[in-house]
Design a protein around this ligand. Structure first.
Ligand SMILES: [Zn+2]
Length: 141
């Protein structure tokens, strides 16, 4: 019995109709060396990263497999990581129709390695208020 990994492309998610990249792990019980060749079809459950709803995807495996588990799921393989602060922290605002339209997936809270301070030194014409900037703290001499 060998633990294997398979990378799959979901062409159209049943929930959002978009493309997702799914990686699953499974145990290979019987290989394709057997005759007649055996196949296993497994319904894999995943959580749609756009809508956060459960969806299923039917996967064909060569041979006999069991214990299929989802390892990772991404919307896009070349997805960029962005760091947002201030009013842009709002996932609702970032994913609004006029911005990313639901394509952004919040990963978590980030922390800077070095010391930074928030400085309200910019005027936002769009929001008509002072806007913050992250500035590096200077060492005190
Ligand atoms: Zn989806």
């Amino acid at each position: 019995m060998a633990r294997e990994t398979k990378k799959l492309v979901i062409d159209a998610c049943e929930i959002c109709q978009k493309k997702h990249f799914l990686t699953v792990e499974y145990d290979q019980l019987v290989t394709t060396m057997e005759w007649p060749p055996k196949q296993t079809t497994v319904s894999v459950e995943y959580c749609c990263p756009r809508v956060a709803k459960t969806a299923t995807y039917s996967v064909d495996f060569d041979g006999i497999v069991e214990d299929v588990k989802v390892v990772s799921l991404t919307l896009n393989e070349d997805g960029e990581k962005v760091f947002q602060y201030g009013s842009n922290c709002s996932a609702t605002r970032l994913n609004s129709r006029e911005r990313l339209g639901g394509a952004a997936i919040p990963i978590g809270i980030a922390e800077t390695v070095e010391e930074y301070q928030l400085q309200f030194d910019v005027w936002s014409d769009g929001n008509n208020c002072a806007a913050a900037d992250i500035v590096k703290m200077l060492a005190i001499m």
